[in-house]
Design a binder for this molecule. Structure first.
Ligand code: PMP
Ligand code: GLU
Length: 398
């Protein structure tokens, strides 16, 4: 009965692990979830108040398929402030989360067989979304020696006559690595040498960066003239801690944005108007809170990574953005937990959840074995307790 696509489709591993952690909590276990990528702090009060006000004012009916003019204008202003590029509201589209916006852009850009370059480790949903859009994911691997970033020359080697897109994400989920200006400059060089290549830049974490700049270096910062070859994706989920509100957006060439808006109007219809009004408040008045949370994340990162590195067999660098630690656990592979020899990151993650009730995401799901992704967007006592349990788990391996 099921289609070919349905038969091959797995649920999102991050959402599946988070659901499993919630299920164990509901059974009364004291679970610490370092799995799903969402901030532990509440949506900012100014945003909630704007949402409630809009709800009470009756903004509860269909909105335009590409988003309200107020939100598209606010997004264009914010993007000008952050990336220095001018966008008209007609070059912006809004829908129900950045995930659906990414899917909408892939659907509108790919023909069957088109190749999409995806640097690994990648966000778990990229290859599946490409396949669902009839494209072919082409993975560009990286390793610890390149700090889990790919160089433009590695991307260049993977180009073929069928290459259509580069799916780029900095700060990266799952590694928290941020491409430097120099590395982005090399990418700009690559784009100039290959005028057929289009970029989807997933900027969802670009204000959660730990350097001196308020935003991660961006292709459009360095090459605003490439605006007609870049689809920039962002949303409210991470910056404003609005994961459940489901608002994401894209800025790009008018014909791509118009096509995405048509796709959205035939599928999701629209994002709810009162949540869009709430995001406007975040864009206009959320900066101070964002900066406060970024400072807090740096403190948590430093303590968490330092403590984790003191557990023998665990090695992690200090991420430069987002809120993930990418931990090297290759030293644990081939060791035994009860009667099971742990062969993969998924087996380590399962054993850790079962034995110590700590939920993490296996790196294998992001295209690189031997690593785990741990979110540190959690309160300090939980992070301290997580490390204590990780140590107990590690000591129990033989
Ligand atoms: N891109 C990346 C890299 C992500 O980690 C996520 C996860 N939230 C998204 C896009 C999608 O975000 P949302 O759908 O919540 O806006
Ligand atoms: N993007 C987040 C994560 O990687 C949220 C879960 C999801 O959308 O897959 O954990």
């Amino acid at each position: 009965m099921l289609s070919r696509k349905a038969r091959g489709l797995k649920p999102s591993p991050t959402l599946a692990i988070a659901a499993k952690a919630k299920e164990l909590s509901a059974q009364g276990h004291q679970v610490i979830s370092l799995s799903v990528g969402e901030p532990d702090w509440d949506t900012f009060p100014v945003i909630k108040e704007a949402g409630i006000k809009a709800l009470n004012a009756g903004q509860t009916k269909y909105a335009p398929a590409n988003g309200t003019p107020q939100l598209r204008t606010a997004i264009a202003h914010k993007t000008k402030e952050l990336l220095g590029v001018d966008y008209k509201p007609s070059e912006v589209t809004v829908s129900v989360g950045a995930k659906f916006i990414l899917y909408s852009s892939l659907q509108m850009l790919l023909d069957p067989g088109d190749e999409v370059l995806i640097p690994a480790p990648y966000w778990v949903s990229y290859p599946t979304m490409v396949e669902l859009s009839d494209g072919v994911p082409v993975i560009v691997p990286s390793d610890e020696f390149s700090e889990f970033k790919v160089h433009a020359s590695q991307i260049e080697k993977k180009l073929t006559a069928k290459t259509k897109l580069l799916l780029f994400n900095s700060p990266s989920n799952p590694t928290g690595q941020v491409y430097t200006r120099a590395e982005i400059e090399d990418l700009v060089g690559l784009l100039r040498r290959h005028p057929q290549l289009i970029v989807i830049s997933d900027d969802i974490y670009n204000q959660l960066t730990f350097g001196s700049e308020p935003v991660a270096p961006h292709i459009l910062h360095l090459a605003p003239d490439l605006k007609n070859r870049v689809v920039a994706v962002n949303g409210g989920s991470k910056t404003y801690s609005m994961t459940g509100w489901r608002i994401g957006w894209a800025l790009g060439p008018e014909n791509v944005i118009q096509a995405m808006s048509n796709f959205q109007s035939q599928t999701a219809s629209c994002a709810s108007p009162f949540t869009q009004a709430a995001v406007v408040a975040g864009l206009q008045a959320g900066d101070d809170e964002v900066h406060r949370h970024v400072k807090e994340l740096v403190i948590r990162r430093d303590r968490f990574v330092t403590a984790l590195n003191q557990v023998s067999g665990w090695r992690a660098g200090f991420p430069q953005g987002a809120f993930y630690v990418w931990a090297d656990i290759r030293a644990l592979l081939e060791r035994k937990w009860h009667d099971t020899v742990l062969k993969t990151s998924a087996e380590v993650a399962t054993a850790l959840l079962e034995s110590q009730k700590v939920a993490v995401v296996p790196g294998g799901e992001s295209g690189l074995e031997g690593y785990l992704r741990l979110s540190f967007a959690l309160a300090e006592p939980d992070l301290t307790e997580a490390v204590r349990r990780i140590r107990l788990f590690t000591d129990s391996l033989v």
